[in-house]
Design a protein around this ligand. Sequence first.
Ligand SMILES: Cc1cc2nc3c(=O)[nH]c(=O)nc-3n(C[C@H](O)[C@H](O)[C@H](O)COP(=O)(O)OP(=O)(O)OC[C@H]3O[C@@H](n4cnc5c(N)ncnc54)[C@H](O)[C@@H]3O)c2cc1C
Length: 306
Amino acid sequence: MISMMAQAPVSYRKALEGCSCEIQYDVSIAPYTSLKIGGPADVMAFPKTVTEVVAVMKRVSQHQLPFFVLGGGSNVLVLDGGIEGVVIQLDRLNRITRVDTRLLFAEAGVSYPKLSTHAMGCGLSGLEFAAGIPGTVGGAVAMNAGIPGEETWEVLKEIAFVDDKGEFEVIPAEYVRHGYRSAALPKGVVVSACFSLSQAPVEQIEETIKGLMKRRRETQPLSFPNVGSIFKNPAGAYTGRLVEEVGLKGYSVGGAQISDRHGNFIINRDNALARDVLDLIKKVVHKVRQERGVKLELEVRIVGRE
Ligand SMILES: Cc1cc2nc3c(=O)[nH]c(=O)nc-3n(C[C@H](O)[C@H](O)[C@H](O)COP(=O)(O)OP(=O)(O)OC[C@H]3O[C@@H](n4cnc5c(N)ncnc54)[C@H](O)[C@@H]3O)c2cc1C
C-alpha cells in the first residue's frame, strides 16, 4: 500500500514549488500501468537526475506528503480512486554504463528487458531471465523480480538509494534481506543498481533468451493488458494450476477476466475497473482456500484509494 505519513497538506503546488523536475497535477495513472487501470494521481513528479530525486524527497519529507514510487507499473493494481500524494515516476533515469569487465550499472528507470539485451550485447551473462520481465530496474530491485531458480538480488552488487528524508546512500547487496518477490528495503527510492555478471559468448546468451521468450509466448496471455502473476506460487505448488483445478480459468467480473490461458493472470479484457480485478482476486482467494486449503499471497501490489 502507499507509504502514508501524517497530515498531508492540501497545497501540493506550494510544497513542491521550485523543484526543478517536471511536476504534473491530477494525472491519469492508468496509462502508466501495464493493466491500464486506476484513478488519477494527485501529483506526479518525473525526476531525470538523482539530484532531482533528492530534491523531491526532501520536499516530501519536509511537508509530510504521502508518496509512492512507480516504475513501469507492471506489478501494481492502482485502485479506482487514484493515488493520494506524490507519485515519483522514474522513466527518465535511464542511463546504462558498463563499469568494468563484469559490472553493469543501470539507473532505476531503465527497462529490465532493455538491460538484458544490453548485457547480451556486452557478452555478459546473468540477466537473461530479465528479458521477459517488463518494468524497470528499480521495480525489479524492489520486487526481487525473477523466474524459478534466478532472481534479481542474486546478480546485484549494490544499489543506490534515496531515503524518505532525501538522503542518498549506496547499499551493498549483502546488507539487504531478500526473498521470493520481496526485498527488505527502507522507505524511499532505488535510483540505480550495479549488477555483477559473468562473461559468456553472445550466441549462448541469445539462445537462452530465445528459449525463455518462446516459453512466455506459449503460456502467457500477452495480447491483453495484465500485470503478470497476481499471486505468488505457494511452496510446492503453482497458483495457475490451483486456479484451474477450482474451475476459475476464464471466469470474469465486469471487464476483467481470469485468463483462460494462464490461471494466475488477470487480464483487462474490456475497460475493467480496479474493483472488477479486486472482486476476481477475492473470488480466487476464497475458492482456493475453501477447496484446496491453500492460502494465496498476493504478488501484485495494490495501491491507492477505493
Ligand atoms: C506480462 C508480465 C510478465 C511478468 N513476468 C514476471 C516474471 O517472470 N517475474 C517477475 O518477478 N515478475 C514478473 N512480472 C511482474 C513485474 O514485471 C515485475 O514485478 C517488475 O519487476 C515490476 O517492475 P516495475 O518497474 O513495473 O515496478 P512497478 O510495478 O512500478 O512497482 C512495483 C513495486 O516496486 C516499487 N518500486 C518500483 N520502482 C521502484 C524504485 N525505483 N524504488 C523503490 N521502489 C520501487 C513500487 O513502489 C511497487 O511497490 C510480469 C509482469 C507482466 C505484466
